[in-house]
Structure formats: structure tokens, C-alpha cells
Design a protein around this ligand. Structure first.
Ligand code: PMP
Length: 437
């Protein structure tokens, strides 16, 4: 296991050692540290299209795509031009600029139920702000979320403990006060009776239900047919808001997101949406928005405070706008075609070598579970062969394919994944399956 010593990535290993002197764990976001798969995280120096190169000069097919944003591949020439043009006119003003309006218009044009939208800098900020707004609008404090759904590192949303039964949230992380997590109720995903039961008991205290439009942070787990409709019906009946988190799915599952695949729920659209990742084109831009009367509660129109020095940053807005403008039907057709090819390759190779697996999709997003049988919630997703995933991950990495270093993640593709990159990946899948069988 040479990779454990970083022997196959000496430059990255050296950088990690330096990084650890000044950055906790050497990384600025924990999953980058390869904790669950072991080995040396690769320090990247360059990306072009579907490829990226690490500090040792090793080339990889990128199936992380920055965890979603790089839907056009790396250094897309049109996005690059837009970024340079925007940056040439100044980086940030702290005043309104036209580019923010253009990006907001593009979001509102694509997402039917979006009346108003506010730009922020990360998905975490978007969900945090949406929760505050929902609490301000309803005058209630309790939030319902689902186990296995990740909405960023917001105090109230880090709770994910408890499964199978309705339970009060317990903080998942030290530093999250019990008071914050205590206002969060965590329920099993796809469990309508659990939602009904909790609303029957505490419906008057619940400000909002927040859900991943289609879960992507426990692997890809789409809502069961009727689940989103039920959330809409139950929240409406009790005067609570429904927040659809499309940070990961937005502009990736389809030209809108999960909404475009499933359609508007019976009973009406979610009240609020959150977006991030693709809409920033690799730069820090995210958004929350929805019903005009709810958004009117936001300062300066209303009393709910929310702000940001870099919100609507012109360079990020230029990258996001150009990325969205380039997200045409052909882009989604390409993503779907590559998803078809890669899922077929996994299916074929894993079956041939008797490796238990389950592939789930939400439009052009998919993930591979190292287990058999349908995955409908977090308990199912946690019942996987993690050790085998780690071996598969490293088998792929040694063959020049960089998967997300976690079996709870989608395999992120881009429209720039051309035939060469796809064939390279298919070959790596076949060889890696043989190796780990
Ligand atoms: N919501 C969802 C559904 C996400 O997938 C993520 C990030 N993976 C977030 C929110 C948080 O976004 P960010 O990392 O930009 O804060």
C-alpha cells in the first residue's frame, strides 16, 4: 500500500506536510483530506476540460468537478473570457452592479416559481438565510430536516442524528449549541408518516421543512414518488414553508434542476429554493429565493436581516451567468449520455466480478452504492461496504481517474467529458473492478 506513504504522489505529500503546519488537517474542507479512503490527497495545479493535473504532473479524469460546479469542465474558454473581462473592470464595489441583475434574471427566467432571488456567496449561506427568512416569515422556530441530507454547515442543519423515528436533533458537531440543534427535528428521508406524525404533534411550532430536492449527499437518493407532494400538502396545511435545497441538483439534474424533472408538486411550488455550485461556475456565488411575499420580508424591504460584503460579486456573477447561458439542452444531453455509459460500465464490470452494487440516478446525476438493494434513506446508505469503496477509489486513482473520495457522493460529470476521457474511465472501471473483486 505505497499510496499510504504518498510514494506515488511525493509532491502532494510534501505539500500536505507543509499545509498541516498552517491549516488544520492541511485542508480547507474536511472531505478533501481523504480521511475515509486513506492515502494522500492530490494537490491540483491545473485543469482543462475533463482533465486535471496534480503537483506531480499526474493527469486524472476529474469526476469530482469541484463537487458539482464545473459542469462545463475546467477553464471553459467562454467563462474564462467573461471572468477576465469582469475582473478587468474591477473586482468588487460593494454597490449594486448590472451583472448581479443579469444573473438574478437568468435564475428567475429558468426557475418558474422563483419570483425574487438574493445572491450570496455559498450554499451554506443560502440555506442559513432561507431558514432565518422562514422563521421570520412564520414567527416560528422549529425546522424539520431529513437524515442524510446535507445543507451546509449551518448550526441548525448539522443535526442529522436519529433515524427510523421522529427525534429531536442532537448536535452532530461540538460547537453547535444544543439550543440550536434542539430547534431541529430530524426525520428519515422518504418517510411521509413520520412527517405527518411530527406535524400532528408540533405543527404550530414548525417554521419550515427543508429537503434536498433529490438527495445527493448520502449518495443519490431521489424522493420516492409522491414524497415531495406530501411535503407540500403537509406544510401548507400547517402554515409552514417548504424549502427545496437545489444547491447540488440545480442546473445539474436538468436545465432547472430536480424541479424540471419532477415538476411542480401537486398543491404548489416550494416556497423557497436554494442554489449554489453550478450557478457560480466555480466561483463563490449562490442564491436563495422564491415567493415574492416571503422574500419581501428581507431587509431592506422587510425586517429579516441578511447581507454580504461580496454578495453578487461581479467576477463570480460573470462566471455564473456565462456558465448558465452555456448550459443548453446539448449540455444536458451530453451529461445524460456520459452517465448512461459510465453506469453501464459499472453495472457490467461489477456484475462480472460479483461485486454487490446499486446505482441510483436523478437525471444526469448518479452514484454507486457498494451494496445491493434500493437505497431510500440514510440508514440504507450507511449500510455499505466502505472498505471496498476505498480500495476501488485507489484502484481508480492509480489509473488516472479521480472519484469523489467518499461513497456518499455523486460522481460529478461535465459536458467536457469527451470520448477520450469517457473511454479512459470505462477502462479504469473494468480494471479496478477486477482488482478489488
Ligand atoms: N446544500 C446542498 C444540497 C449541498 O450539496 C451543499 C454542498 N455540498 C450545500 C448546501 C452547502 O454548500 P456550500 O458548500 O457551498 O456551502
Amino acid at each position: 500500500t505505497a499510496y499510504l506513504q504518498g510514494a506515488d504522489a511525493p509532491a502532494s505529500a510534501a505539500l500536505l506536510e507543509r499545509a498541516r503546519e498552517v491549516i488544520p488537517g492541511g485542508v480547507n474542507s474536511p472531505v478533501r483530506a481523504f480521511r475515509s479512503v486513506g492515502g494522500t490527497p492530490r494537490f491540483m495545479v491545473r485543469g482543462q476540460g475533463p482533465w486535471m493535473w496534480d503537483a506531480d504532473g499526474t493527469r486524472y479524469v476529474d469526476l469530482v468537478c469541484s463537487w458539482g460546479p464545473m459542469i462545463l469542465g475546467h477553464a471553459d474558454p467562454d467563462v474564462l473570457r467573461a471572468v477576465i473581462e469582469a475582473a478587468s473592470s474591477g473586482f468588487s464595489f460593494g454597490t449594486p452592479t448590472e451583472r448581479e441583475v443579469l444573473l438574478a434574471e437568468e435564475l428567475v427566467r429558468r426557475i418558474g416559481p422563483l419570483d425574487r432571488v438574493r445572491l450570496v456567496s455559498s450554499g451554506t449561506e443560502a440555506t442559513m438565510s432561507a431558514i432565518r427568512l422562514a422563521r421570520g416569515f412564520t414567527g416560528r422556530s422549529v425546522v424539520v430536516k431529513f437524515a442524510g441530507c446535507y445543507h451546509g454547515h449551518v448550526d441548525a442543519l448539522l443535526a442529522s442524528a436519529g433515524s427510523g423515528v421522529a427525534t429531536f436533533g442532537l448536535p452532530d458537531s461540538p460547537g453547535v449549541p444544543a439550543s440550536a440543534a434542539g430547534e431541529t427535528i430530524v426525520l428519515p428521508y422518504n418517510d411521509v408518516p413520520a412527517v405527518e406524525a411530527v406535524f400532528a404533534e408540533r405543527g404550530q411550532q414548525i417554521a419550515a421543512v427543508i429537503t434536498e430536492a433529490a438527495a445527493g449527499n448520502m449518495g443519490v437518493v431521489p424522493p420516492a414518488p409522491g414524497f415531495t407532494d406530501a411535503l407540500r400538502r403537509i406544510t401548507s396545511a400547517h402554515g409552514a414553508l417548504l424549502i427545496s435545497d437545489e444547491v447540488m441538483t440545480g442546473f445539474r439534474c436538468s436545465s432547472t434542476g430536480w424541479l424540471g424533472l419532477e415538476g411542480i408538486p401537486a398543491g404548489g411550488a416550494p416556497d423557497l429554493f436554494t442554489f449554489g455550485k453550478v450557478m457560480g461556475g466555480g466561483f463563490p456565488a449562490a442564491a436563495f429565493g422564491g415567493r415574492a411575499d416571503v422574500m419581501a420580508m428581507l431587509a431592506p424591504e422587510g425586517p429579516v436581516y441578511q447581507a454580504g460584503t461580496l454578495s453578487g460579486n461581479p467576477v463570480a456573477a460573470a462566471a455564473g451567468l456565462t456558465t448558465l447561458q452555456k448550459c443548453t439542452d446539448e449540455v444536458y444531453a451530453r451529461l445524460a449520455a456520459v452517465s448512461d455509459t459510465l453506469t453501464a460500465a459499472v453495472e457490467e464490470s461489477f456484475t462480472r466480478h460479483g461485486i454487490p452494487h446499486r446505482i441510483q440516478r436523478a437525471g444526469s446525476m448518479f452514484s454507486v452504492f457498494f451494496r445491493e438493494g434500493e437505497v431510500v434513506n440514510y440508514d440504507d446508505a450507511r449500510d455499505q461496504h466502505f472498505e471496498r469503496f476505498g480500495r476501488f477509489f485507489h484502484a481508480m486513482l492509480r489509473r488516472g481517474v479521480h472519484l469523489p473520495p467518499s461513497s456518499f457522493e455523486a460522481w460529478f460529470l461535465s459536458a467536457a467529458h469527451d470520448d477520450e476521457a469517457v473511454e479512459h474511465t470505462v477502462q479504469a472501471i473494468a480494471e479496478s473492478a477486477a482488482e478489488i473483486a
